[in-house]
Every structure is written in C-alpha cells, then in structure tokens.
Design a protein around this ligand. Structure first.
Ligand SMILES: [Zn+2]
Length: 263
C-alpha cells in the first residue's frame, strides 16, 4: 500500500534527500507531497504518475546506495490490468519457505516496498503469484503526517512483518472509512471501508507459525495486502464516487458519500 504524504522530499532520510536531483527521471512528474487530511495512516507514498520502469528503479536503487548493478535489479511493481493482480495467488509450501528462491522473493519484496516507498506489498505486485506479504510503518514515515490524521487513523509504527500464507479474520465489528492508495494503481485514491481489528496467522520467513493481532492503520494495511492475494484491488471494493486522482485528494466528497472515520 502506498504512503500518503504531501512532503515527498521530506519522506526521505536526509542522506537520500541530498541527492534527490539525481532522481529526477523518476520523480519528475511527482506532485510533491500529498498531505490529505483524509489520509492519515497511509505510508509514504510518492505520487508519481509515471510507472516505475526497471531503468528508473535501477537508477533509484543506485542512488539510494543499494549496491552494485546486480543488487539493484529489482522487479518492477506490476500495475493494474496485469492478470497476476486479478487472480488468486498460490500457497507457498511451508517446507519451501527457507529455500533460496522464496527467501530471494521476500528480499526483493522488502526492497521494492522500501524503494517505492510503501507501507506494504504483496508478492503478486512484483509479478509473483504466491501468498506472501510484507509490511512496515516507521516512526519517520508517520512523523510526516498531521497529528490529527495519525490519531484519526490510529496509526502507530510497527517493525517489518513478513507473512507467508496469511489468513485474516476480523476480531470485532468495528470498521472505518479512509482513503487509501496502492502502488499498483499509481496516482489515485479512493475511500475503502476496512475492519478496525483483525488477526492474521501464517508463517514467518523462518518458516515458524506466527500470529499478528492488529488494529487501526496496521489492520488496514493487512487487509489491503491480503486482498491482493485474492486478486482483489482496493478499487474492487471502494466506496463508489470517491475515486480520484492524488491531486484531488483534498477536494470534498460527493454528496451522499459516507463520512470518513470510524463507524
Ligand atoms: Zn496494493
């Protein structure tokens, strides 16, 4: 899931910001920060309207000090319309989680998510039809969001989570409506109603069973990423007439649309 701030430059650590001009091919069309009041909990999300080509990703990777050419050969983030995003993903054989292949997929996902940057990514988003998700939200990402948004979205930092074969269930009847975005639907946002309390079970990257109890924004990210594994994008369940470009994020909702927030 994308991050949603209006200060794209400020979202980057200072060491990255210093050389930002070198990223111009990648961020030229980026509308600088998005700070939608409606968007409190989303992660760092650049609003580039241009798909990240492999060459631009490679340049960015180089710029961000990710290492030599070989190490920067990250897969592109797949965009809406590609069948891999619209079909259910397959379970990973738990005995294979420790394999070099699966571990590399996980590493690629983490790097792609951080480079985007985003707060979550599902394996189909790098073209891999397997049930693996990664997510993280940091104090730094959150520090760029307005305090009232952070509070409304119940957004708190959490460490990197890798979940293989996640199974999600809601833990209460509470839900909330907020805008969200997706790295595979670049440049747009829409309101989605999500459960506020969920439990996700699955396996960690070490092959051991894990269970995550989440609420607020973290619960939203988990639902968004698990939806990807079913071939579902947020636009498939958005509140009608709330879809909009990032540039129009702050404009009022159409008459009759439900209010944002918990319900
Ligand atoms: Zn997504």
């Amino acid at each position: 899931m994308e991050v949603l701030h209006r200060f794209s430059f400020r979202l980057l650590p200072a060491t990255r910001s210093l050389n930002l001009t070198k990223l111009s091919p990648l961020y030229l069309s980026t509308r600088i920060p998005i700070y939608g009041p409606a968007f409190p909990n989303q992660t760092l999300q650049f609003t580039s309207r241009r798909p990240l080509s492999s060459s631009s990703v490679a340049k960015a990777g180089w710029f961000l000090g990710l290492g030599d050419k070989k190490k920067t050969s990250l897969p592109d983030i797949v965009k809406a319309g590609d069948p891999v995003l619209h079909e259910p993903a397959k379970e990973v054989n738990p005995d294979e989680i420790g394999s070099e292949r699966i571990q590399k997929i996980i590493d690629d996902m983490i790097r792609a998510m951080r480079l985007a940057p985003g707060v979550g990514l599902a394996a189909p988003q790098i073209g891999v039809p397997l049930r693996i998700i990664v997510l993280e939200d940091t104090a730094e990402y959150i520090s760029y969001a307005p305090k009232e948004e952070i509070k409304a979205q119940d957004r708190r930092p959490f460490d990197l989570l890798v979940i293989v074969n996640p199974k999600l269930k809601k833990k209460s009847s509470r839900s909330a409506l907020f805008f969200e975005g997706c790295l595979s639907v670049d440049g747009f946002r829409a309101v989605v109603e999500r459960h506020l309390d969920v439990e996700v079970t699955g396996f960690g990257r070490d092959g051991q069973p894990i269970k995550v109890d989440a609420s607020g924004w973290q619960a939203r990210i988990l639902q968004h990423e698990c939806d990807h594994l079913e071939g579902t994008l947020y636009v498939d369940k958005m509140v009608p007439r709330t879809f909009r470009t990032v540039e129009n994020l702050d404009l009022p909702l159409a008459e009759g649309c439900p209010k944002l927030g918990a319900r």
